[in-house]
Design a protein around this ligand. Structure first.
Ligand code: MG
Length: 399
C-alpha cells in the first residue's frame, strides 16, 4: 500500500514552534522545505563531500563520503516517511544536516578534538564560560546551523525551524543539555532533561542513519579488500540474504552478489521498521505530534529480533573494519594532524583566519576552525605549519 497523506501524528509545518528569528512564510514553500533548501545551500554541506565517513577521502573515489552518506540517509528516511505518513521535507532537512558538525577524518578526528578540548578545559584559568568541556559532533552540527554559517545580513546561522534543529541534536548529555537550556530556555536541550521524545521524523532519521551506514560500510569494506564476503557469512543478517540471493540466482558472484545481498538486507530492515513502528504507534494510541513527544519512548524502531541482528552486524564491522590495522594506522595519523593543529592554533591564534581571532576563547576558535575543515584541507594546513606530510608516506592504501 502506498500512502501519500500526512498522518495525524506527523509534524506539520503550519504548527511549527518557529525559528530563532521570526520570519514571514515563503510564498511557495513550506517551512521544512525551506530548511532543507537552506541546508543544501550552506557551505558546511558542500564540505561534506571531502570529509571521511570510514575511508579517508583521498583513498578511493568510490567510497562513501559524509556527503554521499547523508544522501543515502535522506533517501532511506524519505522512503520510510512516505510509507508512515510522516513529513518528508522535515526528514530530508534533518537527514541532510545531521552530519554537518563532523570533523575531518571521521570519528578519529572527533575523538582527537574532544581530547584536545577536554585537556585544554582542565587547565583553562578562565573556567567560568558557558561552553561544553569537550567536542561532540551532534552539538557541533547544531552550532553550524545556529551560529557558524554566515550567509544572512541580519543574523548568524541558517535560522532553521525548531523541529529541524531538534532532529539535528539527536544525542545530548544532561550537562550539555543544561548548558543549552541556560543559553536558550525551553529549546532543543529541554527534552534531554524532561525525558520527552522528539518528533517521529527525528526518530526516523536516527534509525535511517544506522541502517544506511551498516549497509554501506559492508559495501565499502568489501570493496576496499579489508573484509571479504566469506567472512561476512558469520553475520546472520548477511548470511540469510546471501543464501536467498544464491537460491534465486545460483550463478551470481562478486560485486553483483554483494549488491543484491545488500539490497535485500536493506529492504528487510525497512519493512521491519515499518511494521514495528506502525504497531508501536497504534499500541500506544498515538494520535498527534504532541502525543509522540509526551509518550517519551522511541516509537520508530526495529523489532527486537532485527535489533539483535543489526547489533551483530555492527559488532562485526567494529571488530573487522573500524579496528582493522590499516584503518587504525590512518586514524593514528589523522589524530596527530588534529592534535598538532589544535595546539598550534591555541598557542598562536593569529595563524587562523581573522574571523577566528575575534573569539574570546582560542580553544573554541580552534575547534570551530578545525571541525569545519575537509580532510585534505587539514592535511595541507598541517604540512604547511609543521613541515611534515602525515599522509605522503602512507602505504598504497587499500589497493
Ligand atoms: Mg550519519
Amino acid at each position: 500500500m502506498i500512502l501519500t497523506a500526512l498522518a495525524p501524528f506527523a509534524s506539520d509545518p503550519t504548527h511549527s514552534r518557529g525559528r530563532l528569528f521570526a520570519q514571514a512564510a515563503a510564498p511557495t514553500r513550506n517551512d521544512y522545505q525551506r530548511d532543507r533548501d537552506r541546508v543544501i545551500h550552506s557551505s558546511a554541506f558542500r564540505r561534506l563531500v571531502y570529509k571521511t565517513q570510514v575511508f579517508l577521502n583521498h583513498e578511493g573515489d568510490l567510497f562513501r563520503t559524509r556527503l554521499t552518506h547523508s544522501l543515502e540517509v535522506a533517501q532511506l528516511g524519505r522512503s520510510l516517511a512516505r510509507s508512515l505518513g510522516l513529513h518528508e521535507d522535515l526528514v530530508e532537512a534533518i537527514a541532510l544536516a545531521h552530519d554537518l558538525g563532523h570533523t575531518p577524518f571521521g570519528h578519529a578526528g572527533q575523538d582527537a578534538l574532544d581530547a584536545c578540548m577536554r585537556a585544554h578545559h582542565a587547565d583553562d584559568a578562565v573556567g567560568a564560560h558557558n561552553d561544553s568541556p569537550g567536542f561532540e559532533h551532534n552539538l557541533q552540527s547544531l552550532r553550524v546551523v545556529d551560529t557558524l554559517e554566515r550567509r544572512y545580513p541580519s543574523h548568524d546561522g541558517l535560522n532553521l525551524t525548531f523541529e529541524t534543529r531538534e532532529g539535528i541534536l539527536k544525542h545530548c548529555s544532561a550537562a550539555n543539555a543544561s548548558r543549552l537550556e541556560e543559553l536558550r530556555p525551553n529549546d532543543v536541550g529541554a527534552r534531554f532533561l524532561e525525558g520527552t521524545a522528539p518528533s517521529l521524523e527525528a526518530q526516523l532519521c536516527n534509525l535511517a542513519d544506522e541502517i544506511a551506514y551498516n549497509a554501506h560500510d559492508v559495501d565499502d569494506g568489501v570493496r576496499s579488500g579489508l573484509i571479504d564476503f566469506e567472512q561476512l557469512q558469520a553475520v546472520d543478517l548477511v548470511a540469510e540474504h546471501a543464501a536467498h540471493t544464491l537460491r534465486d540466482y545460483p550463478q551470481l558472484s562478486g560485486r553483483r552478489l554483494l549488491a543484491e545481498t545488500i539490497r535485500r538486507l536493506l529492504t528487510a530492515q525497512v519493512f521491519d521498521v515499518l511494521a514495528h513502528t506502525q504497531h508501536a504507534i497504534q499500541e500506544a494510541g498515538i494520535d498527534s505530534a504532541q502525543a509522540v513527544r509526551k509518550h517519551g519512548k522511541t516509537l520508530v524502531a526495529f523489532t527486537p529480533s532485527m535489533r539483535a541482528r543489526s547489533i551483530e552486524l555492527k559488532q562485526f564491522l567494529f571488530a573487522n573494519l573500524y579496528r582493522h590495522e590499516q584503518v587504525l594506522d590512518t586514524t593514528a595519523r589523522a589524530r596527530q594532524v588534529v592534535a598538532d593543529l589544535f595546539s598550534i592554533y591555541v598557542q598562536d591564534p593569529t595563524v587562523m583566519p581573522a574571523h577566528y581571532q575575534r573569539y574570546t576563547r582560542p580553544a573554541r576558535a580552534a575547534a570551530d576552525y578545525i571541525a569545519g575543515m575537509t580532510d585534505r584541507f587539514a592535511i595541507q594546513a598541517h604540512a604547511r605549519l609543521t613541515g611534515y606530510h602525515m599522509f605522503a608516506s602512507a602505504p598504497g592504501l587499500y589497493g
